[in-house]
Ligand binder design. Structure first.
Ligand code: MTE
Length: 446
């Protein structure tokens, strides 16, 4: 285990690469100091900063002494028409594509800016995206969902049919199996947006899969698996065990109170709580019941882990317990010594998060963080803990424990079992190093 004093020894840490930032963006954000303090905190990959706490006195502050125009004249009329947008001062908070990843035609990823979201819900416009063959805005009046295979009555539903059925609304996280994948290869991705941003959390509304399978009269003896198939050109097909399908999977048409966004599968997607994101098939058009796993291309070539003995770990569907400090995090800068609220997210594909511990000295000492309500199964949980920065070097880490008693591992514990050739399913403890300058960087502490 590394201590803070060990951190500069060769091999125990590595810094994020230089020259990552878009200079035009930094210039724009740093134009005014007040703007810098607020906006830079929300920047995705930039020299973000965290302001010190309130000043004890404010004599001479023109922002108090001079009455601003918005306090003495008529504001704009209602913004009732159209779709509401965030403040122009929040425009740096965006989904972004990683400059470190090659974009292959329409097969792409955009990452959620976790450093700038609050609570546990991801706004729809900031939900991460992962498309194997691009996205489509499909006409709901032409979309159909077929249920076939080992069923008594094969069925075809229109969207209108589905929306007449009993519905449920549930909050769940979705995490791509490749989230935090770059860390396996010891690639220092600089910000939490790129280390952990293939993670989002919404309230989904739709019909339980068990309702549809019952309607179709699935074969209870031989129907051991379902196959979910998407309507895009990627031939995305994923096997889900019948046990999980009947437990809490749903066919969802809405997220966060409105219909799904096109890029997230409009008009219909699979919601497979706790299971890796690839099984959340978008633009869902068919569910087949079968007696064995299908072994489709995305189950035998992708989303599998190459183990040290050369074998493949397949059908690793559950996303194990994991957490990350989202602020302060890589790319941000602490401007002053003193108090900071350290905040982050924890989750488990096996149920609720039970506890989150936070260390400020690279894992030598741990304190229990406060978990904020609601704490729900297979959902993000927000944690907070107060910290007084003394201006010296520090390494911040969080470690989550779920209801099963599983403890989030350190990267070397994970590597001891899984080796270094994986891309997927990295749930190791994340470390952020704070330098005396206040700059926060991604480091690996073994
Ligand atoms: N479904 C279809 N039809 N096509 C896809 O490319 N991508 C999968 C999954 N479902 C995909 C899909 C992957 S790899 C992930 S991680 C999630 O969708 C991402 O969902 P999101 O784009 O809504 O975040």
């Amino acid at each position: 285990m590394a201590s803070t004093s060990d951190l500069d020894k060769a091999g125990s840490i590595r810094r994020a690469p230089e020259g990552f930032l878009d200079p035009a963006q930094i210039a724009e954000v740093t134009a005014g100091r007040r703007g810098f303090l607020r906006n830079a905190l929300l920047m995705a990959g930039g020299a973000a900063a965290i302001a010190s706490t309130a000043r004890a006195e404010s004599s001479g502050d023109s922002n108090i002494l001079e009455l601003p125009v918005h306090s003495k004249s008529l504001g704009q009329p209602v913004a009732a028409t159209g779709y509401g947008q965030p403040s122009k001062y929040e425009r740096n908070l965006q989904r972004r594509e990683s400059p470190g990843l090659t974009r292959v035609s329409a097969a792409s990823v955009s990452f959620t800016p976790l450093q700038g979201t609050f609570g546990i819900i991801t706004p729809n416009g900031l939900h991460f995206e992962r498309h194997h063959q691009g996205w489509w805005d499909i006409d709901p009046s032409k979309h159909r969902l077929m249920i076939n295979g080992l069923v008594k009555n094969p069925l075809v539903f229109t969207m209108d049919d589905l929306m007449r059925l009993p519905s449920v609304s549930r909050m769940h996280f979705i995490e791509c199996g490749a989230n935090t994948g770059m860390e396996w290869g010891n690639v220092a991705v600089p910000t939490v947006q790129y280390t952990h941003g293939m993670l989002s959390c919404c309230e989904f509304t739709g019909v339980l899969l068990s309702t549809l399978l019952d309607m179709a009269g699935f074969d209870k003896k031989n129907g051991k698996f379902i196959l979910a198939e998407g309507a895009d050109g990627s031939s995305m097909t994923r096997t889900i065990s019948m046990e999980r399908a009947l437990d809490d999977c749903m066919v969802a048409y809405a997220m966060n109170g409105e219909m799904l966004r096109p890029e997230n599968g409009y008009p219909l997607r699979m919601v497979a709580p706790g299971i890796q994101g690839v099984s959340w098939v978008k633009w869902l058009r068919r569910i087949e019941v079968g007696d064995q796993p299908w072994g489709t291309k995305d189950e035998v070539i992708h989303y599998i882990d190459l183990m040290p003995d050369g074998r493949h770990r397949q059908y690793t569907s559950i996303q194990e317990c994991k957490s990350v400090i989202t602020s302060p995090s890589g790319g941000q800068t602490l401007l002053d010594k003193g108090f900071y609220n350290v905040t982050g997210l924890a989750w488990s594909g096996r149920g609720k998060v039970k506890r989150v511990d936070v260390s400020f000295d690279g894992g030598r000492n741990w304190q229990t963080a406060r978990l904020e309500s609601p704490i729900q199964s297979k959902c993000l949980t927000r944690f907070n803990i107060g910290w007084k920065w003394d201006g010296g070097p520090a390494v911040l880490q969080s470690r989550a424990i779920d209801v099963t008693g599983y403890v989030q591992p350190k990267i070397n514990q994970l590597r001891a079992v899984r080796g270094t050739r994986s891309i997927y399913h990295n749930n190791a403890i994340q470390s952020w190093k704070i330098a005396e300058s206040g700059e926060v960087a991604n480091v690996q502490v073994y």
